[in-house]
Design a binder for this molecule. Structure first.
Ligand SMILES: Cc1cc2nc3c(=O)[nH]c(=O)nc-3n(C[C@H](O)[C@H](O)[C@H](O)COP(=O)(O)O)c2cc1C
Length: 187
């Protein structure tokens, strides 16, 4: 399959077979992902591979919306940026997470990016009792605060997202054709 075909085929997968992803497959994905370009070759992206079902269940509770799928995934890779290596850790980590999703697709796995960085543990609706919006309420717990309570994350590792990985339970629907003409300007 060409890269263009792979890009067209990839969709987010949120339901997985109850089947382990072999360790050598995970190692292959990470080896490929570690080739990612990075600012000044700082290679600041770090990975925490989580296969333990109990830990995945806890990670799935990091947000009240959008992260529950992690509880039924056989594996998730927490993609983090080392902020002591570069100020562009977030940019580097986003490139790595994207490459991870593409090499997962190539390996016949499904994946879904589940966001962590900057996300509140509880969405605004849950906090409706508070007069402050989430953005104004600096005391509100973030998904990262919550993860730090039980994951052995070094303090300079900042999670960007958790990439759920596994064998897809059902085939993905093809992407609908979109008119993207307004997204590009040629000069
Ligand atoms: C920055 C980013 C954050 C995302 N966060 C979540 C998330 O928290 N939960 C989720 O289920 N999907 C999440 N996704 C997946 C998107 O919903 C998905 O990529 C988008 O709807 C397009 O669908 P596709 O991946 O099938 O093309 C995220 C994707 C990106 C790139």
């Amino acid at each position: 399959m060409t890269l263009t075909e792979l890009l067209k085929k990839r969709r987010s997968v949120r339901r997985f077979e109850h089947k382990r992803v072999p360790r050598e497959v995970l190692e292959g994905l990470l080896k490929a992902t570690l080739t990612a370009p990075s600012s000044k070759n700082t290679r600041s992206t770090r990975f925490m591979v989580i296969e333990d079902a109990q830990i995945l269940t806890k990670v799935a509770q990091m947000r009240d919306f959008g992260s529950a799928l992690l509880a039924d995934a056989p594996c998730a890779i927490l993609v983090c940026g080392d902020s002591s290596a570069t100020d562009l850790w977030l940019d580097n980590a986003a490139i790595s997470a994207t490459i991870l999703q593409l090499v997962a697709e190539e390996a016949g796995l499904g994946s879904c990016w589940v966001h962590v960085n900057g996300r509140p543990r509880w969405s605004k609706e849950r906090n409706s009792g508070s007069e402050l919006s989430y953005a104004e309420n600096s005391d509100a717990e973030t998904a990262t605060d919550y993860l730090r309570k039980f994951l052995p994350l070094p303090k300079e590792w900042n999670p960007l997202c958790a990439v759920a990985l596994g064998y897809p339970l059902e085939p993905s629907k093809p992407r609908s054709e979109k008119d993207d003409a307004d997204k590009v300007i040629y000069l």
